[in-house]
Design a protein around this ligand. Sequence first.
Ligand SMILES: Cc1cc2nc3c(=O)[nH]c(=O)nc-3n(C[C@H](O)[C@H](O)[C@H](O)COP(=O)(O)O)c2cc1C
Length: 362
Amino acid sequence: MSVSGLFEPLPLIHGKPMRNRFMLAPLTNQQSEYDGSASKYDIDWMEQVARGGYALAQTAATFVEPSGIAFERQLGIYSDDLLPGLTDMADALREGDTLSAVQLHHAGHRARPELGGHPSPASGYTVPGYRALTTEEVQRIRDSFIEAAERAERAGFDGIAAHGAFGWILSEFMSPLLNDRTDQYGGSPENRARLTLEVLEGIRRECGPDFQIGWRLSVERYGLQLEELVEITADILDRELIDYLDLALWESKQIVQEGRYCGKTMVSVFAELPRKRVALGVAGKIYTAERAGQLLDEGADFILVARAGILQRDFPLQVQANHAYERVRTPVPAQHLRNGGLSERFINHMRGWPAFVQRGSL
Ligand SMILES: Cc1cc2nc3c(=O)[nH]c(=O)nc-3n(C[C@H](O)[C@H](O)[C@H](O)COP(=O)(O)O)c2cc1C
């Protein structure tokens, strides 16, 4: 399939189809208010994205209960008080004919007490001074994910994406390194996957028939075991528990270095699993039209755009107009981002990413 395949529609199991193969990846940008309510900058960013040609856009990681906050000025969805701003964000995307999903997040053991969070580890040894969550506390956090999804639905979002990547709580529980529990949420791979499964099942049960569920999975670090994750994913796909899997790689060309899948591309490991009607998306250094098109050839159904989308708000439209499109080189002067419409808060967040904003540029 060539680049033009990126502009074919993609049906999802629930709700409306994606009108093309571009999804905006979740992007934390620290531009919300301190209590997690959406700021005018959040809404403005969604308006920019909505003009950019994406079929579906995810919000930044959005904390589902106050204990789970990880970033200052992180977007929140832990209370109905936050509904007005969230509703404006959902409205902005709908007006651009862009499907919307809130990325539901709890930081688990990496929650930040100085921001009002409470480190919530699966194990007693992960964070000095903090005991493991009790079974009841795990179930409370599960319920917070489900209530947050219902809230997202009430705000008018088309769906949610459960953040199961990068060592945050759902990924933490999957890890045999970070999870030494002896209750039903620890031990066997099946038990370590239970929190994720109960979150996904609960959201499917409580939200409407058109509500879309995504699940973001990462496969590296935090003691995660690829072979186990493949088995768990195969089960989730077989049960069609989600509308789409978002495979969060840092490099979409990644080759597996050890174990059963050694030598294969990571994308092929997941693309070769029977996935019934579930769509497969891939993130990781998708900077050119050519690479985006190649990923469809490698078995992905859609691609997720992150850093290239910050540099150029309408990445999909650029690709449509120019099948040889490449993103601008980084680092860029701060003014480049400002000219594109990024807020100072967002630009300051990007100063923390390696080699993205030119050092010292005002
Ligand atoms: C500024 C920034 C913020 C990010 N925030 C999130 C986030 O909130 N949730 C998440 O799952 N991933 C987050 N990521 C990871 C991206 O969604 C994406 O998976 C990763 O950047 C790889 O894609 P890229 O190479 O196209 O940037 C973030 C990445 C960047 C650069």
